[in-house]
Design a protein around this ligand. Structure first.
Ligand code: ATP
Ligand code: MG
Length: 726
């Protein structure tokens, strides 16, 4: 068989990796050196040489998006659908196993996935029920504790008894939390991994089956595996399996979430005869960008060390922009994107990367203002928006009445006269008799112990859910979702919320129906699972998808859009034009990391990840004043800017090369002097209005204007270009 095409377009070291003899392999290499490419080609190589069938391959990537792309690339190389091949994230794969073997895993058939907000809510409830002092044992900390223990593979019974109040309570809460999850048939993210590990560890027949099946395990982004993921790979590989791991210690950015970069070295000790291959040529970025990245990461100690070079062009200097404030920074990015498009380039070649999710809002506004379509990965996750979670809670209750977090969420949303007191009684009864809240509510109604009004309201809620279930059972998934949204009263409820916000919520609910419609043909593997697990109906599959997939569905169809995401989410991706915004001390590096050398180095690796996403052109920007989390602060430029040699940087000012400052304080102050309450003004875009209020002075000055057309707005005077009408 001719497989030479698989080796075309690969360098010597890459060929060695793709065509390596059977065995364990570790590819240790820097950013953009072709790790993911090599992994994909290796899979095609194994299948096309007959060493494996696609059924025998398990490939782990970091995001669902990466998994989809990888599958598409493999199929292109194989020229056939890679049916039977498992390609997914650790969580996705664990989930798949648990669905197929729910009984062995000790789970109810229709188990639901608890996301981090639900988890927080449940923990808060337990703290309240157990009369624990939440000032000494804060729910977030408990949540973190439980997840960290699970990531290490530890159940509450494995923990030594606590030595102080806090520790004791944490462990007790972990116990109570586990019981509650089990009772409600819900599984959190960390639990997916731990359960899947225990499932294989405790069922030798299953382990045997999967070991025989998955002789080839390939893992991308290996530097970010945590203890349990690593244990899982080892267990599944056994002695016969062949593991192909690729990673870059300089890109390990999930230490804060339990990832263990040491696994790179551990792997070489734990597995038999690991062949190590290094890739040193970078194919992604210009020499300028690569040199900047290399110089930056050299400031970290404790690296495995590698030498990354490129034959590529030198490329343009990295542009550095000092913005006046975050609005200016966002507008700057929008204008540069317009320039890019004006040169005939595509919007989807552009990414804006930021450290903190909250930064996205201002950027989004600037994009909307400039009419630039954009898409957000992660962050403002569609499936995490309140109204979507409400709708999903109804759907989850249809799938499983005993899902307490969902019950709590919507029992009185929209308001239907079920007061806190009634909910409290139901909760108490559920706890006392160790049943779900749904069951407890039914029992309470049967015993007729509630006052008539409360009892009627509660009975109406239970009846509503039962009737929604009956009436939508036979419908297609999207019709079912639509039906439930319409009959839950959520639309009416949110239409009372006036203005943009309420409208956006209703649009989101409508979008959920489209998500359900698209879902049917998208996720083939869930169908596949449904066959192995008859109880996994379409609704359940959709709900699981909603929990796992947060973020992807909000993308506006196939529209060509600018990509916005956190630096963490950008891992593994590449874009011709990249903006790294908010390059400021305390924002990036994040203020919690500055005093801890280990965490500071992790932040620097994150900066390295960001820079190495850029192929042709990179913009760094920082704002002198930033309003974030509702607070305005003067800032200092990030130390990571200083880590880059000055000769690679070029400072830009607004207005292209003209050198004209975009901000004219003197002029703004003059205007400010003329403004007073009731002053009539004209704005180039918003038209005619009247000044209502003003605050700050100089660069900070803002005015509030009531415009005839668009209503009240706060404007930064320096930008507003307001004309005073005599
Ligand atoms: P990261 O560390 O960011 O995940 P990576 O090591 O996985 O990067 P890839 O994404 O596989 O790198 O490759 C980076 C880019 O270089 C891709 O566009 C890829 O197609 C290209 N590339 C890789 N190897 C070669 C090669 N031998 N010739 C030409 N292009 C290549
Ligand atoms: Mg990669």
């Amino acid at each position: 068989m001719d497989i030479s095409d698989l080796f075309d377009g690969l360098n010597e070291a890459q060929r060695e990796a793709v065509g390596a003899a059977p065995g364990n392999l570790l590819i240790l290499a820097g950013a953009g050196s072709g790790k993911t490419r090599v992994l994909t080609h290796r899979i095609a190589f194994l299948v096309r040489t007959g060493q494996a069938s696609s059924y025998g391959i398990l490939a782990v990537t970091f995001t669902n998006k990466a998994a989809r792309e990888m599958r598409a690339r493999i199929e292109a190389l194989l020229e056939t659908p890679a049916s039977g091949m498992w390609v997914g994230t650790f969580h996705g794969i664990a989930h798949r196993l648990l669905r197929a073997h729910w009984q062995e895993a000790g789970l109810p058939q229709g188990f639901a996935i608890l996301d981090s907000e639900d988890q927080h809510r449940l923990i808060k409830r337990l703290i309240r029920e157990m009369n624990i002092d939440d000032s000494r044992v804060p729910p977030r900390q408990v949540q973190w504790f439980i997840n960290a223990k699970k990531d290490e593979g530890l159940r509450p019974q494995h923990l030594e008894e606590g030595y102080d109040y806090q520790q004791k309570m944490m462990i007790e809460l972990y116990h109570a939390y586990e019981e509650a999850c089990q009772r409600n048939g819900v599984v959190d993210f960390a639990e997916l991994l731990l359960r899947a590990l225990e499932l294989l560890r405790d069922h030798s027949d299953l382990l045997d089956h999967y070991r025989k099946r998955f002789r080839h395990i390939l893992v991308d982004e290996f530097q970010d595996t945590n203890t349990i993921q690593y244990a899982w790979i080892r267990l599944l590989a056994g002695k016969q399996g062949q593991v192909f791991a690729v990673g870059d210690d300089d890109q390990s950015i999930y230490g804060w979430r339990g990832a263990k970069v040491e696994n790179l070295q551990q792997f070489q000790r734990d597995l038999a005869d690991v062949q190590l291959i290094r890739l040193e040529q970078n194919y992604r970025s210009t020499a300028t960008i690569l040199n900047a990245a290399n110089a930056l990461i050299a400031h970290n100690s404790d690296r495995l060390g590698k030498n990354l070079w490129t034959e590529g062009v030198e490329g343009e200097a990295i542009r550095l922009y000092t913005a006046f404030n975050e609005l200016d920074e966002a507008r700057f990015a929008a204008e540069r994107i317009q320039d890019w498009c004006a040169q005939g380039r595509r919007r989807d070649e552009v990414a804006i990367l930021y450290r903190s999710n909250a930064q996205s809002r201002v950027l989004e506004e600037a994009m909307m203002h400039a009419r630039i379509p954009y898409r957000i990965y992660g962050g403002l996750r569609f499936f995490e928006r309140a109204e979507i979670k409400d709708a999903l809670a109804y759907l989850r209750l249809l799938a499983n009445r005993h899902d307490d977090p969902s019950f709590e969420r919507v029992v009185n949303t929209p308001t239907r006269g079920i007061g806190n007191r009634t909910v409290e009684i139901v909760r108490e009864q559920a706890r006392a008799t160790a049943v779900s809240m749904w069951q407890a509510a039914s029992d309470i109604l049967a015993s007729q112990s509630l006052p008539a009004r409360a009892s009627n309201a509660l009975a109406a809620f239970l009846a509503l859910l039962n009737s929604m279930d009956d009436n939508s059972q036979q419908a297609l998934l999207d019709e079912r979702v639509e039906y439930v949204i319409a009959h839950s009263g959520l639309i009416e409820f949110f239409s009372k919320e006036k203005g943009e916000k309420g409208r956006a919520r209703i649009e989101n609910l409508e979008e959920l129906v489209s998500a359900a419609r698209q879902f049917e043909f998208e996720d083939e593997w869930l169908e596949d699972v449904a066959q192995g697990s008859p109880g996994m109906d379409e609704l359940n599959a959709f709900l699981a998808h909603a929990a796992l997939e947060s973020g992807a569905t909000q993308a506006t169809a196939d529209e060509e859009a600018v990509q916005m995401m956190t630096l963490h989410t950008a891992k593994g991706l590449e874009f011709p034009l990249v903006f790294m915004v908010g390059m400021e001390e305390e924002l990036f590096p994040h203020k919690l990391s500055i005093d801890e050398p280990g965490r500071l180095e992790e932040e620097r690796r994150l900066a390295y990840v960001g820079i190495t996403r850029a192929m042709e052109q990179l913009y760094l920007s920082h704002a002198e004043v930033r309003r974030l989390y509702g607070e305005e602060k003067y800032t200092r430029p990030s130390r990571f800017i200083r880590d880059i040699p000055a000769e690679l940087l070029h400072e830009v000012r607004m207005g292209g090369g003209s050198g004209q400052p975009h901000y004219r304080p003197a002029e703004a102050q003059a205007v400010q002097g003329e403004l007073h309450f009731g002053q009539q003004v004209r704005h180039p875009k918003f038209g005619h209005g009247v000044v209502l209020n003003s605050e700050g002075s100089g660069a900070q000055a803002r005015v509030q204007v009531n415009f005839e057309e668009v209503g009240k707005k706060w404007l930064v005077l320096a930008y507003a270009r307001l004309e005073v009408i005599e």
